[in-house]
Design a protein. Structure first.
Length: 142
């Protein structure tokens, strides 16, 4: 059984150390939600607004972010398996110490996101995204 939460607002709620399993959130507002050090398993965020969310140190397994805004969110030190970002806005998000190896980011907005260069290794991006990321890595393209 999967629980469905639709058009709910959890903006500015403090949900640190949350454990969520088999939940779908559709069209929910989670602006500024505090979900640091949470465990998310079989969770789908569909068209949700997670701008300014604080989710650092969380563990994710089989999590889908589809059509979500994660602008300026803290996603640092994530440990993830089978996690998918589809058509998400990750601009100015912080992904420090989150390995993106194998993560397909081709349909996402990445401008200004923050991470360590080694975290980017193995990420799947478009040629345009690669050119933008090259500048981040200090590569000069002529």
């Amino acid at each position: 059984v999967v629980s469905l939460l639709e058009n709910c607002s959890f903006s500015a709620c403090r949900l640190q150390d949350l454990a969520a399993c088999r939940v779908t959130l559709r069209g929910c507002k989670l602006m500024g939600v505090g979900m640091a050090h949470s465990l998310l398993r079989d969770v789908s965020f569909l068209g949700c607004n997670l701008r300014y969310a604080a989710m650092g140190g969380s563990r994710l397994r089989a999590v889908l972010f589809d059509g979500c805004s994660l602008q300026e969110s803290d996603c640092s030190e994530w440990r993830w398996k089978e996690t998918v970002f589809s058509d998400c806005d990750l601009r100015k998000s912080q992904l420090l110490h989150t390995s993106l190896n194998g993560m397909d980011l081709r349909s996402c907005e990445l401008d200004g996101f923050r991470l360590a260069p080694q975290d980017l290794k193995g990420a799947i991006v478009t040629p345009e995204q690669a050119m933008m990321l090259a500048g981040f890595l200090g590569v000069v393209i002529r």
